[in-house]
Design a protein around this ligand. Structure first.
Ligand SMILES: Cc1ncc(COP(=O)(O)O)c(C=O)c1O
Length: 427
C-alpha cells in the first residue's frame, strides 16, 4: 500500500482526472478498440515493449482503473479484472497449471468453488484434493510433485470460518508453492491476505466490492513476491511461453510477470473480461467500502448476539462471537471485524429452516451475499446442492443451517423480522 490510508485509496487509487477531458470521475470507456499512433506504436504494444490499449478484451481504461484500485487496497503489485469471481479463479490458476497437475484446496469453500475444483477443472486435465486446512500436517501431506497451488478463503462461505493464513502460508512457503486466497467475504478492508503470506488474492467483485447486487465481476491481485523461476514448475512464467512468441515473462517483466501473463495470454485467449460498465459500478461501490464494511460488521454483531441468545437457535457460527472456535483468529487476522456472513442452526432442522426462509419479509431469499440489503439462503438445498451431505457438512452448509448475509439496514428492524419469522418457523 502507498502511504495513504485505506479510506483515501478507496476513492483515489487508480483514478487520476481523465487525461483527455479532465473528467474527475472515472469515465466509462465504452469502446472496443483504440487507434494506434502508427505501425511502430502498434508493434511495440503487441510486443509488450510499451504499455497501452489495444483491444478491450485485453485492457480498457475503466477496467484498468478498477484493477489499479483493488491492487492498491490489497497491497499487490498488479491486478486483473474478470467477468466473474469464478472466472477469476480459473484465470488465477491458468498460468500455473497444465494437464496432469493439481491444486490442494480447503474443504471450507463456497459450494460453487468446490464443484468447479472437484468436477469442472477435470475437463482441463487439472485436479484438486480437499483438505481440512486446520490440519497443517494433512495439508502438507496432500502436496505432491504435481501440485502447483494451495487455495483457501480468508473468511469462508457459508460458515464465516477464519483460515489461519500465516500458518497455511508457512506450509506453502515450505513446499515452494503459491498460496491463492479468495478474500471475497472479508474484502481488503477487513483482511489483507498478502500481509499474511498470500501470493495471489482473488475476489468475487459481485459481493462487497460492488456492494449493492448490481454487478457480476472478479479480480485477481498478485503480490509480486513469488519467484516463478526458482523451481522450474511454472514454465508459462519462467520458460519461453509458446503462446506469446517465446517471451520469458518472469525474466522480461519481473514482479509483474503473472499480471502481464494473465492479460496477454489469459484474457487474450480465455476472454473472461470484465466490461467497462461493470468496472464503473464496482469503482463506485469501492468508494464507500470501509463505511459499508463497518456497518455490515456492527449489524452482524448485533444480530449474531441476539440469535445466539435465542432459545429457538442451536448455534450461530459468526467468528466475532467470543464462543466461536475461530474468535482468536478473527481478532488476529480481521481486527476490524469477522465479516457479516454466517450460518444459524435452527431448532427443528431442515423443516424449520425452510419455514424461516419463507416467512422473512425484510431479508431477501436470494443466492447472493455482500449486498447492502440483508439476504438469507438455505445453502444445502441451493448453493451447496451439488455436494454430497458429507461435503456439505465439511463446508459448513449442513441441512439444518441457514446462511445470513447481514446488510446495512437498521439492526433492530432485522431482528424484528427474524423474530417474527422464527416464531412462525418453530411454532
Ligand atoms: C467466496 C466466493 N468466491 C467466489 C464466488 C464466485 O463469484 P461469482 O458469483 O462472482 O462468480 C462466490 C459466489 O458466491 C463466493 O461466495
Amino acid at each position: 500500500m502507498t502511504d495513504q490510508a485505506f479510506d483515501t485509496l478507496q476513492i483515489h487509487a487508480g483514478a487520476e482526472p481523465d487525461p483527455a477531458t479532465g473528467a474527475r470521475q472515472v469515465p466509462i470507456y465504452q469502446t472496443t478498440a483504440y487507434v494506434f499512433k502508427d505501425a511502430d506504436h502498434a508493434a511495440r504494444l503487441f510486443n509488450l515493449q510499451e504499455v497501452g490499449y489495444i483491444y478491450s478484451r485485453l485492457t480498457n481504461p475503466t477496467v484498468s482503473a478498477l484493477a489499479a484500485r483493488v491492487a492498491a487496497l490489497e497491497g499487490g503489485v498488479g491486478a486483473v479484472c474478470c467477468s466473474s469471481g469464478h472466472a477469476a479463479q480459473i484465470m488465477a490458476l491458468f498460468p500455473l497449471m497444465g494437464p496432469g497437475l493439481n491444486i490442494v484446496a480447503s474443504t471450507r469453500l463456497y459450494g460453487g468453488t468446490i464443484t468447479q475444483f472437484a468436477q469442472t477443472i477435470k475437463r482441463f486435465g487439472w485436479s484438486c484434493s480437499f483438505v481440512d486446512f486446520d490440519d497443517l500436517a494433512a495439508l502438507e501431506a496432500a502436496v505432491d510433485d504435481n501440485t502447483r497451488a494451495i487455495f483457501c478463503e480468508s473468511i469462508s462461505n457459508p460458515g464465516g470460518y477464519i483460515t489461519d493464513l500465516p500458518a497455511v502460508a508457512a506450509v506453502a512457503n515450505k513446499v515452494g508453492l503459491p498460496l491463492i486466497v479468495d478474500n471475497t467475504l472479508a474484502s481488503p478492508y477487513l483482511c489483507r491476505p498478502i500481509e499474511h503470506g498470500a501470493t495471489i488474492v482473488v475476489h468475487s467483485a459481485t459481493k462487497y466490492l460492488t456492494g449493492n447486487g448490481t454487478v457480476t465481476g472478479g479480480v485477481i491481485i498478485d503480490s509480486g513476491k513469488f519467484d516463478w523461476s526458482a523451481s522450474g514448475k511454472f514454465p508459462s512464467l519462467s520458460a519461453p511461453e509458446p503462446a506469446y512468441h517465446g517471451l520469458k515473462f518472469h525474466e522480461a517483466l519481473g514482479p509483474m510477470a503473472y499480471t502481464f501473463h494473465s492479460i496477454a495470454v489469459g484474457l487474450r485467449d480465455l476472454g473472461m473480461t470484465m466490461n467497462p460498465q461493470g468496472a464503473h459500478y464496482t469503482l463506485m461501490g469501492i468508494e464507500t467500502l470501509s463505511l459499508r464494511m463497518d456497518k455490515h460488521v456492527a449489524n452482524a454483531k448485533t444480530v449474531a448476539e441476539w440469535l445466539a441468545n435465542d432459545p429457538r437457535i442451536d448455534f450461530v457460527t459468526w467468528a466475532g462471537l467470543p464462543s466461536s472456535p475461530w474468535h482468536e483468529r478473527a481478532n488476529r487476522l480481521c481486527p476490524k471485524g469477522a465479516g457479516a456472513l454466517f450460518t444459524v442452526a435452527v431448532k427443528g432442522g431442515y423443516e424449520a429452516c425452510v419455514k424461516l426462509v419463507n416467512n422473512l419479509k425484510l431479508f431477501s431469499h436470494v443466492a447472493n451475499l455482500g449486498d447492502a440489503r440483508s439476504l438469507i439462503i438455505h445453502s444445502a438445498s441451493t448453493t451447496h446442492r451439488q455436494l454430497t451431505e458429507e461435503q456439505q457438512i465439511k463446508a459448513g452448509a449442513a441441512p439444518n443451517v441457514v446462511r445470513l448475509s447481514i446488510g446495512i439496514e437498521n439492526a433492530a428492524d432485522l431482528i424484528a423480522d427474524l423474530d417474527q419469522a422464527l416464531a412462525a418457523a418453530t411454532a
